[in-house]
Design a protein. Sequence first.
Length: 242
Amino acid sequence: MTGPVLQVRDFCVDYGQVRALEGAALDVEAGRIVTVIGPNGAGKSTLLNAIMGVLPSRGSVRFLDREEQGGIEARVRRGMSLVPEKRELFATMTVEDNLVLGAWVRPDLRRGGADATRDEVFRLFPRLHERRGQLAGTLSGGERQMLAIARALMARPRLLMLDEPSLGLAPLVVREIFHIIAGLRDSGVGILLVEQNARAALQVADHGYVLETGRITLQGPAAQLANDPRVAATYLGLGSAG
């Protein structure tokens, strides 16, 4: 497929009388990581949930070169996966059973087609393989985040959306999670990463957008944004010397 995996244009979301997202536009290409950074309440999670069909929206969502108008299940079947901020694992089920549920949309599930994907996921997340029989609710925060990402990958998505994957994790664990995210480029999946940890997000991403009070105010190559004085002062904690 040529062109972006995802194209969003003139995207708007309202909460009652409040405009949460105004005229957003972004692209995500296969094998590339695109990040959306911004302060709390800027509309970052709203953006992901609306693209996924969880929230009603106006504007255009074009996925795999087709206008996307279906509900959540249809979007999952077409190849969208969202790892929500709260991870939403099945705490009383094992790691392996959580992974199996992640493949429920696949037509080859009953023929054992998901087994190969599970083995790939275990190679990517060896700690989950070690804990495959352990209940998800007993995992550490970092392990739960790994499981949430791994479960999403079980559906073999073309677009993987990650909502604040670093939330509540220790710095060393954050580094490990972002190392794994960077490695997903090799799978060819397009990744849309929403993060408040702007420094980590811009280090791993290819392209970035800055979302403030519902509007995209800046965009460009991630390295360029990281060196932008406004981004550095506001989101990277690097005030100007003067």
